[in-house]
Write a protein that binds this ligand. Structure first.
Ligand code: GDP
Length: 194
């Protein structure tokens, strides 16, 4: 995956607005504030391409980035922010669900989870739903630099058990140190080839 050439494509608010063509897409999902923007900026080696959100939970779109003329990275709106109006939340969910269910371009959903915390119900629900839909998904536990090595291992095991994944099927990540970056890029390559 060639991150030397990256550009913002579009903010999408409806299925009709989705980019045409058959470029493969990798979507990134996670609760608000989990570190998704930081992870994407780290992955793409950009400082502020993906805006680190000042106001979590405000109306958001599916944001498409073109990487190396080779694939689209799709930044999905963060979920699980309590202060968001219920109707608005339902509307986002409708768009995201429709996108995930119907998009032939989609190769994988990267599910970003904060390594420090127990699995949240919203994460469990999304993971279970992706699994049931047969959509490939990859858990990435981020903010690993905030924990000691022992704590990292302990937390990762708890999250593995809660998600029902084995250690080889997830990654630990730090946007601060870049740990896990190369591994994630390599893993994403395999989804592009399949
Ligand atoms: P988003 O809402 O999921 O896009 O989360 P952000 O990327 O905006 O990150 C939320 C907060 O966590 C910010 O203050 C980031 O600086 C911080 N953060 C994100 N990733 C990491 C990480 O890997 N390590 C550390 N130490 N802080 C992080």
């Amino acid at each position: 995956i060639q991150v030397e050439k990256v550009s913002f494509v579009d903010s999408v608010f409806s299925l009709a607005q989705l980019p045409v063509g058959d470029l493969p897409e990798i979507a990134f999902a996670g609760r608000s504030n989990v570190g998704k923007s930081s992870l994407l900026n780290c992955l793409l080696r950009r400082k502020n391409l993906v805006k680190v959100s000042a106001r979590p939970g405000k109306t958001q779109s599916l944001n498409f980035y073109l990487v190396g003329d080779q694939l689209h990275l799709v930044d999905l709106p963060g979920y699980g922010f309590a202060r968001v109006d219920k109707r608005l939340q339902a509307k986002w969910q409708e768009l995201i669900t429709a996108y995930l269910e119907t998009r032939p371009n989609l190769r994988c959903v990267v599910l970003i989870i904060d390594l420090r915390h127990a699995l949240k119900e919203s994460d469990r629900m999304l993971a279970g739903w992706l699994q049931a839909q047969g959509i490939p998904w990859l858990p990435v536990y981020t903010k690993k630099d905030k924990l000691s090595r022992n704590q990292q291992q302990r937390q990762a095991r708890l999250l593995d058990a809660a998600l029902g994944v084995s250690p080889k099927d997830r990654l630990l990540f730090s946007s601060l140190s870049g740990e896990g970056r190369q591994e994630l890029l390599e893993r994403l390559e395999t989804y592009l080839m399949s």
